[in-house]
Design a protein around this ligand. Structure first.
Ligand code: SAM
Length: 339
């Protein structure tokens, strides 16, 4: 049986088969896109889930070579939203119809348990997703017990040598993988993911990413193109492509039809219409920004990041118009993973 048939039948692929698909994607693109679109329709109809993204801090103890908020970047004006500001963002998001809030930020020692409790108490019908980096198992357990429902932690790459090319020696591949395992065991709806086109990425490292996802079976996967940020060590590296991102989105949708798969801000930022293309290739989630404006302006992971118009809560009507052109519609639901 060839690898396309295996993929379409839901059978696991080997690394060499993923490499074959990636290297010959011109040949496979249209069949995989059509199948991914059919699977999305079968499992989700025309629904697109929205998540209100709050960028709670750009302070970070890590120094990832690709990231604009890395601790060594002195050109960032650092901020941390107060609990009151975060709750206000949630209230505004709630009024706009959001029923999932995503708190994302740089990695710090801050204890977010009291904040999680407050959000869940004030908005009991909402899901809360955290994306706050690596923590101990006990810290994750405390956040889960406080009511957090989901956790996003991109693994960044499933190849250890590649991981070490993207991160300084203080960051440890095995700890990141340990975090993901703990998160899933604790009971979070767990998301992993990676940048497409990060420096040093090859079909071989991508095949490891897909093999990892195939075995780990996350509930969410965030992938988007790498986009250089001028003040980072990778500031002069080429960006990843929309084309490869879309191809990988299609593979992910076929591999795991129930996945929550965002059309990421990076995909929308790198090309006009990128988000819609992502939705046509298997994505079913968008994450408009509901942070206060000063936070959006300073949460600069990469250059030319979108945070207004259809990428923000003020632009939900524009987003709906754009989605209706591709036969999709925003739904105001929690949008949990359905096993
Ligand atoms: N600190 C948390 C963590 O480590 O998961 C969340 C914040 S981190 C900035 C969120 C994600 O942004 C990272 O996982 C990374 O994949 C993505 N990111 C960072 N720099 C990027 C860049 N230059 N281009 C595209 N995505 C980037």
């Amino acid at each position: 049986m060839d690898c396309i048939e295996k993929l379409l039948q839901g059978l696991p692929l080997q690394a060499s088969e993923f490499i074959h698909l990636i290297e010959n994607r011109e040949e496979y693109r249209s069949v995989l896109q059509a199948e991914a679109a059919a699977k999305t329709k079968q499992f989700f109809g025309n629904k697109v889930y929205i998540r209100g993204l709050i960028e709670i801090t750009n302070i970070c103890r890590n120094d990832c070579y690709y990231c604009g908020i890395r601790k060594s970047n002195a050109n960032v004006s650092r901020y941390r939203l107060t609990d009151t500001q975060i709750l206000q963002s949630c209230a505004e998001g709630y009024a706009a119809g959001f029923r999932t809030f995503v708190l994302q930020g740089g990695e710090t020692q801050t204890d977010y348990v009291p904040l999680v409790r407050q959000i869940k108490k004030r908005f009991p019908d909402c899901a809360l997703t955290l994306s706050l980096g690596e923590k101990t198992r006990e810290e994750y357990e405390a956040l889960f017990d406080a009511g957090a429902d989901r956790y996003l932690l991109r693994h960044e790459t499933a190849d250890m040598a590649h991981y070490n090319r993207l991160h300084p020696p203080a960051m440890d591949f095995s700890n990141r993988m340990r975090c993901l395992k703990d998160l899933k065991e604790i009971g979070f709806q767990t998301g992993c993911g990676f940048m497409v086109g990060s420096p040093g990425q090859t079909p071989e490292t991508l095949a490891k990413d897909l093999e990892f996802i195939q075995a780990f079976r996350p509930h969410m996967v965030g992938i988007g193109p790498f986009i250089p940020q001028a003040d980072t060590p990778f500031g002069a590296q080429p960006a990843g492509t929309v084309e490869l991102t879309l191809f990988l989105l299609s593979i992910l949708r076929i591999m795991q039809p129930r996945l929550l798969l965002p059309a990421t801000t990076a995909l929308g930022s790198i090309e006009k219409g990128g988000r819609e293309k992502g939705l046509l290739c298997g994505a079913n989630v968008v994450m408009p920004n509901i942070s206060p404006m000063f936070a959006r302006e300073n949460y600069v992971l990469y250059n030319h990041k979108l945070y207004s118009g259809a990428e923000a809560k003020e632009g939900l009507a524009i987003l709906q118009q754009e989605l209706s052109k591709i036969g999709r519609k925003i739904v105001f639901e929690r949008g949990d993973y359905q096993p």
